[in-house]
Ligand binder design. Sequence first.
Ligand code: ATP
Ligand code: MG
Length: 473
Amino acid sequence: MNASSTPFPPIIIPRSEHSISRAAISPNALKVLYRLKEAGYQGFLVGGAVRDLLLGITPKDFDVATNALPEEVRRLFRNCRLIGRRFRLAHVHFGNEIIEVATFRATAAPEREDTEEADPESEGDGAEGAKAEPAPTYDSEHRAFDQRGRILRDNIYGTIEEDVWRRDFAANGLYYNIEDFSIWDFVDGVRDVQARRLKLIGDPETRYREDPVRMLRAVRFAAKLDFSIEPATEAPLAKLAYLLDGVPPARLFDECLKLFLSGFGVKAYRLLQKYGLFAHLFPLSAAAFALPPYAYAQEMLQRGLMNTDERIAADKAVTPTFLFAVLLWSAVLRELNERQAGPAPDLSQLMQACDTVLRAQQSRVAIPRRFGIPMRELLMLQPRFNRRSGVKSLSILQHPRFRAAYDFLLLRAQVGVADPELAQWWTDIQVLPQEERVALVQARPAEPLTEGTGAAVPGRRRRRRRRGGAART
Ligand code: ATP
Ligand code: MG
């Protein structure tokens, strides 16, 4: 293939003029690239791996692009599986590492096929299926668009010269050629990497409309890599934020995990707020943050994200359960306060408030039940911390969600909505031997039997009843 004969010849940066060494590339990715080359195909390392290697960062994963068709790739590797229905991708498995091999594509299709997404509630719990989308329209090249200009599908494989235009940012559009270890740069991507800048390839508004997740990707890379977002790429974000409403909720769930659980959650959150994207992911939380009684929940979220970032930096485990508890707490509280009748809401009301919020949230960011249920348990344990007399009060220490619920209590204490003395009690009691724990709880005066939720908003209580006939419209 003669690159210089195409309408868009790349700048070819020879090995002697760039810093990417094969020693920094995953041996498995190299194996795949060499095998493609030996079989007479083109093999390029692409995307984030090239960007990260130029920055001197260890890439998260290594993606390969080739002119071999998916079936041809499969024939080359025994440990290979094809995934996807329309755009088939080859996954070459090496133990835990998967090298994704994509055949060059002809047009700017989104990375994931929306139509293939599993419905988050389809885990056997009897929820309804995906909601119907308006009928797609087709252009002359058989691409399908929805009514907002989002590409739905496209099944045409192409050449590298075509493949580059489907990539999102110029910094992500670089190709490292296994043939001679050169970098092919069609879009001035090397300059963007050096300038630490994110610039969408092509017209930004069109590219966001094709795939609104690119707005979240802009935020993610800006937060993760400390890149700036170039003005023309940045300008349409606030105006187009609403396009996120049309993205399948399961895909947004994946993106949220990447945004909040990758070690740069605080920064990602600030950028999401800056561009008005957050309200389209978590509308109930965003609405609650804007109301004075729940404003502290935003500080709780930022502290929670800070803790998460620190845990990731220290190589400790993090869980989506805790993340979603902090993200949705304000919305749950608001719901609870709106439905509560008396001064002490009971546990069943708290449970209903959790369920109402979780259900409403599914239409934006779908939280799978395997995280939603433990999240509810975590929140339901909060009122139980108030109970400290009697041996029964100790059983919470054995609860599988105790640790997360205790961390949540600490956060509440830090922002002044739980008693610091209460938090300290639960901190101290954990390290005591059982006899001393028992002595402590037996020494405390008996508490009234009514269990408050421990969730009430200080100083303000609404008494409007949701379920009252008159309030229903
Ligand atoms: P990470 O460090 O998170 O892996 P990455 O840049 O490798 O970052 P991936 O999601 O692994 O991101 O995607 C690999 C490449 O595929 C990207 O660099 C980009 O070129 C392209 N790509 C991924 N998602 C999109 C998208 N939604 N629109 C356009 N191009 C995309
Ligand atoms: Mg990647």
